[in-house]
Design a protein around this ligand. Sequence first.
Ligand code: PMP
Ligand code: GLN
Length: 380
Amino acid sequence: MIDSKLPTTGTTIFSQMSALASEHQALNLSQGFPDFGAPPALLEAMMRHVKAGHNQYAPMAGVVDLRQQIAAHLQRYREVDCDPDGEITVVPGATEGIFCAVMASVSQGDEVLVFDPCYDSYEPAITLAGGRTIHIPLTVQDFAIDWQRVEDVITPRTRMVIINSPHNPSGAALESADLEHLESLVERHNLHVVSDEVYEHLVFDNRDHHSVLQYPALRQRSFVMFSFGKTFSVTGWKTGYCVAPPALTTELRKVHQFVCFVANTPVQMAIADFMAAEPNYPATLSAFYQRKRDLFCSALKASRFKFTPSPGTYFQLLDYSALSSAADTQLAKNWTREHGVAAIPISVFYQHPPQQHYLRFCFAKSDTVLLNATERLCRI
Ligand code: PMP
Ligand code: GLN
């Protein structure tokens, strides 16, 4: 036996629900991943690079072509200049990037602010770094940040804030006023930021994504994480990137090189080719996913769920309080077995779950699966 460094951590809810969905052959709207294929040109590029023998280690910071494509992408979509050598690091998934950023900057006893419901990988990273996670609930109505509450919990030990926009699981997206608040806060209290922007291209109803990179004083203190898994429908390729100023990038890479050293070579080369050939592809995602969200939501008008269409991500929260008073985790498991639809309970993402009755459904699924799922949900 060893003394667990994460004694209260179990297997993630995503693994649990996907396993249960597969055991009961349920429609799996739980774990977030598309059930449809990635762009064919991307898949072909991957095969091409594997066959051409590009199967050995890439440079530690990432394939040079890919970092150049990322810089072009950031210029095109966010109108910011980023140095591919000093500021962009390709990582094997945003999860690893977040872990390395936290490890690089959080020391024993440091406090890190997170917002509940909070993506499940943040707290274990903070704990392993020796830090303390300070949970601040988002507002109950619209999952917004109450900035006064943030000011109130800051102490001399506060070192970092982790934000996530568009937000998993609620879909809420930060406004420019939020980033202005954050910018002033981190300057006044000398904080660093991890900004989890993996769903940057999935914003609906003509919203703009506001990136931390667009706020110069904020950018100077931030590690900003992106994931190709979301943007190119290849979650299993586990490849993303971190943008941070040179001094932070240097520290991030010191950790990254000993957590995994490099991301996968042929995947990086394929993504570089695809980004060069189809720079407009990410701009098509909002309309693509908004149509799926609307298909899902309009078919659920006949149900007893209450919901507001998700502002971003590929997740839709449904309030089931008119159908059941059961706790969400038990209900998600029961419905997987009894109704053949798997979803994610959101209480697991809170330190102190509020009195809410929400399940999270992923709508990155074929129309047929979405319509079958809504038919089942309407029958409950
Ligand atoms: N952050 C959030 C909010 C996510 O939903 C995900 C999705 N898995 C990640 C980070 C991790 O992304 P990746 O698969 O690139 O590690
Ligand atoms: N981010 C995905 C989700 O929210 C799951 C990723 C994972 O399984 N770790 O469903």
